[in-house]
Design a binder for this molecule. Structure first.
Ligand code: ADP
Length: 628
């Protein structure tokens, strides 16, 4: 936490480095008073030398002391302005001691009296009292002894000089002893202080942790209170929802009902208060209880995600009657404690609808079967008399055309054309009904396409000549037979060529077989005409049963509107695809793709029909013919 990050971490102990820094600070702190004292001493010595003490070089000595006082005073001011940085206490003190030493040696030198050694003795003792570091102490003491020797050497072994030399040596030993004792005491004190500081930090940290734990506890308590409020709110929301829902909702714990919504009471024909405390299993018909027990009391949806979501059972109302119900269970809370929620859905209507649907389906299937057999049977019954009607009309036309009045002749012709039209319609409807009932069977046999196209030309040549149209074939040499149903493929081609002739005024119709070249494999049969063409929007529609293009001559040419629908279904049954491309006023090309998975597509000469595969089960056209 932020609070703890700001606080220094408790230190595990204290090191020699820290103590020496602290001792150095001690020396630095003592420097200002020492400087002040020395300033006073040197200032006092100036008049003393001038007026009291009788030295030969009194004026030089007074000048030396004045310089000393000035330097000390300046040092004092300097310390006020810029305090000594950490760790620089001993170097500063050493510099001061060496300055004092220089002044003392000057004093000794100028005075020439061995007792002046006393100032150096005092200096050495003072350093022992002042310094707390052996290294710096040794520098000052070494310098003191060396400078004294430098001044005293010419006079040795004069007893006076010897005496003061010994005094200086003793002072040095004493000074060292004082330093040792002071240093030991102060070191100990520093260590104690550091320990104290560490403990204090540890204590503060412990206090901080305690405070933090207390505030975290407080937060947790608040979070819990909020959670309880939220649980209560969500329970309340759930209760309101349960009351508003159309499903029966029940809370239960350990198999006993705790509460329910009004809809549950209504479904079970009892009041909510009467239900409370009853076993939830009582709501299920006895013969379904084994199944429901696992679902309701065992691993329901709330506990076992792999278990079933819902269970359909026969529910039992309080008045003893039964209702088909769908149950679902989720784990939840009731008044803050774990409970389960049972949702009961009355599926009476759904069951009824399912029964009705099943019945309707069965009826539809039966109707369809009846319709198919009716068509199969009736087509024969219809064709026989119709053939007689057409046949007799033909005979009459041939034999009586001379003797009959013009009006009756016209009637006869109408009987003949309408009869033929009706026969074609019956044939087509029969085909469609077979396709629809999946009873149309095709065989797979080798079909020589040159022969087939010739056959088609032979059959329709007369019709072409009557309309002054050219009917040509383009069949490559060395063509391999196609694998198809001969009769059905001929039926398709007859329809396509018949249409082409019907919808072409001038020019001609070409039956073309496209192969893959040297291999001679037939890829496509095209029927191209130079007729009226088909608008692009109608190009797919013409394959729908009974679709004839409005405004074209289609209606005037008769036809059933079933030919292309049947042809497309037949092609699909043979594994082919039937498509078309056309330009209005320029002509149309209908093509049978014999290899729909690999053959080339449009040649880009116009709009092309979408040749999506159709369901093999026919096109439902028969339903349009005979509803029901
Ligand atoms: P039918 O020819 O008996 O009317 P089809 O299913 O064979 O029925 O044809 C459906 C319609 O498609 C025709 O009525 C006609 O409008 C159009 N159609 C078919 N072939 C051609 C064609 N070659 N040129 C122009 N229109 C055509």
């Amino acid at each position: 936490m932020a609070a703890s990050a700001e606080r220094p971490e408790p230190r595990p102990g204290y090191g020699a480095g820290e103590v020496s820094v602290s001792l150095d600070r001690n020396v630095a702190e003592a420097l200002p008073p020492v400087l002040a004292a020395l300033t006073l001493v040197y200032a006092t010595l100036v008049p003393a030398h001038l007026f009291v003490l009788e030295y030969a070089a009194a004026s030089q000595l007074a000048l030396g002391c004045a310089i000393g006082a000035g330097l000390m005073g300046a040092g004092l001011v300097a310390l006020r302005v810029a305090p000594i940085p950490a760790g620089r206490g001993h170097p500063a003190a050493t510099a001061l001691a060496l300055l004092v030493l220089a002044l003392s040696v000057l004093h000794l030198y100028l005075g020439g009296v061995p007792r002046e050694t006393t100032t150096i003795v005092l200096l050495v003792l003072g350093v022992g009292l002042f310094f707390l570091d052996w290294g710096w102490f040794s520098i000052v003491v070494g310098a003191s002894l060396a400078s004294w020797l430098a001044v005293a050497a010419p006079n040795l072994p004069d007893p006076d000089w010897l005496h003061f030399g010994i005094t200086l040596a003793i002072a040095t030993v004493l000074s060292g002893t004082v330093l040792k004792v002071r240093r030991a005491n102060l070191t100990r004190m520093e260590q104690l202080r550091t320990q104290h500081r560490v403990r204090q930090i540890e204590l503060e940290s412990a206090l901080d942790q305690t405070e933090r734990a207390r505030s975290e506890g407080e937060d947790a308590r608040k979070a819990m209170e909020t959670a309880i409020v939220q649980v209560k709110e969500s329970e309340e929301r759930f209760r309101r929802l349960a009351e508003a829902t159309f499903e029966g909702v029940l809370f239960y714990r350990r198999g006993l009902i705790l509460d329910a919504n009004p809809r549950a009471a209504q479904l079970l024909r009892v009041s909510v208060s009467q239900m409370v405390g009853d076993p939830v299993l009582n709501l299920v018909a006895p013969e379904h209880r084994n199944r429901a027990e696992g679902f309701l009391l065992g691993s329901g949806r709330g506990r076992d995600p792999s278990g079933p979501d819902t269970l359909e059972v026969e529910g039992r109302r309080y008045d003893g009657t039964f209702l088909p119900a769908e149950l679902s269970v989720v784990d939840s809370l009731y008044q803050g404690d774990p409970a389960r929620v049972l949702v009961i859905r009355d599926v009476t209507n759904q069951k009824r609808a399912e029964r009705m649907l099943r019945r309707a389906l069965e009826e539809a299937e039966a109707n369809s079967r009846a319709k198919s057999s009716f068509l199969a049977n009736m087509s024969h019954e219809l064709r026989t008399p119709l053939n007689s009607v057409i046949g007799f009309a033909n005979i009459l036309l041939k034999r009586q055309s001379e003797s009959l009045p013009a009006r009756e002749l016209d009637y006869l012709r109408r009987i003949q054309t309408n009869g033929e039209h009706l026969l074609a319609l019956i044939e087509d409807i029969l085909d469609l009904s077979k396709i629809d009932a999946q009873r149309m069977e095709v065989v797979r046999e080798p079909v020589p396409l040159d022969e087939l196209t010739e056959e088609v030309v032979r059959m329709l040549d007369l019709q072409a000549r009557r309309r002054s149209l050219e009917l040509a074939t383009e069949v490559p040499a060395n063509l391999r037979p196609a694998i198809a149903d001969h009769r059905r493929l001929r039926q398709v081609l007859l329809n396509l060529v018949g249409n082409a002739l019907k919808f072409t005024q001038e020019g001609g119709v070409t039956i073309r077989v496209v192969s893959d070249g040297d291999a001679g494999r037939p890829l496509r049969i095209e029927v191209e005409d130079t007729g009226i063409g088909i608008p692009e929007a109608e190009l797919e529609e013409v394959f729908s049963p009974f679709h004839q293009i409005d405004g074209s001559q289609a209606r005037s040419f008769g036809g059933t509107g079933l030919g292309l629908a049947i042809s497309r279904s037949l092609c699909e049954l043979m594994g082919f695809e039937l498509g078309a491309r056309s330009r209005v006023g320029q002509g149309s090309t209908f093509f049978v793709d014999l290899d729909p998975t690999g053959s080339p597509g449009s040649d880009g000469r116009g709009g092309q029909s979408d040749r999506r595969p159709r369901p093999e089960s026919g096109n439902g056209a028969i339903d349009a013919v005979l509803p029901g």
